[in-house]
Design a protein around this ligand. Structure first.
Ligand code: ADP
Length: 167
């Protein structure tokens, strides 16, 4: 099941929210900064033990002061024009998050619009990749009963997701 909402992912009461982190996993701006502020300093302390994360991969921590139980940190690609594996790496982010979630038996997962902020990935392209990758995963893992929320912060992304999911 896929839902689209507009809002702040730090407020989502789900099994896991996804963080669009950078490869250090030591905090940053945008959604990463908001998640660390809301989770409290224990989150950064756990992230320090993880030795970073490669682009396209993901790592899980507890959610600490967040309403979500876990945070799955993934590192999206920086948009460099599209010829540097950016689409494949973005798809890999969504897949790796869902693999980790299913390994842990987590079912409700909230995603931000990975790479579409500071990392500059075109929103329309990123939306198509996010939806197709998640739909394919759900199709292949029906017994996992995953409940996916795309949490759009800005109006442009919100409209794009609504349009593409209705199509
Ligand atoms: P990236 O570096 O992967 O581009 P950003 O954090 O800059 O990460 O942006 C990713 C997306 O997260 C953007 O669409 C941005 O609007 C959105 N965003 C920023 N703050 C929040 C928040 N509190 N909740 C949900 N999404 C957010």
């Amino acid at each position: 099941m896929i839902q689209v909402i507009q809002g702040d992912i730090t407020k989502c009461s789900v099994d896991a929210i996804v963080n669009a982190a950078n490869s250090s996993l030591l905090g940053g701006g945008g959604v990463d900064g908001a998640i660390h502020r809301a989770a409290g300093p224990e989150l950064l302390a756990e992230c320090r033990t993880l030795n970073g994360c490669k682009t396209g991969d993901a790592k899980i921590t507890k959610g600490y002061r967040l309403p979500a139980n876990y945070v799955i940190h993934t590192v999206g690609p920086v948009w460099q024009g599209g010829q540097n594996q950016e689409p494949e790496l973005l798809a890999s982010c969504y897949r790796r998050v869902l693999e980790i979630a299913t390994e842990r038996g987590l079912t409700s997962i909230a995603f931000p619009n990975i790479s579409t902020g500071i990392y500059g990935f075109p929103k329309d392209k990123a939306c198509t990749i996010a939806i197709e990758t998640v739909q394919n995963f759900l199709e292949q893992h029906k017994t996992a009963r995953l409940e996916i929320q795309f949490v759009c912060f800005d109006e442009v992304n919100y409209r794009l997701y609504q349009q593409k999911l209705a199509a």
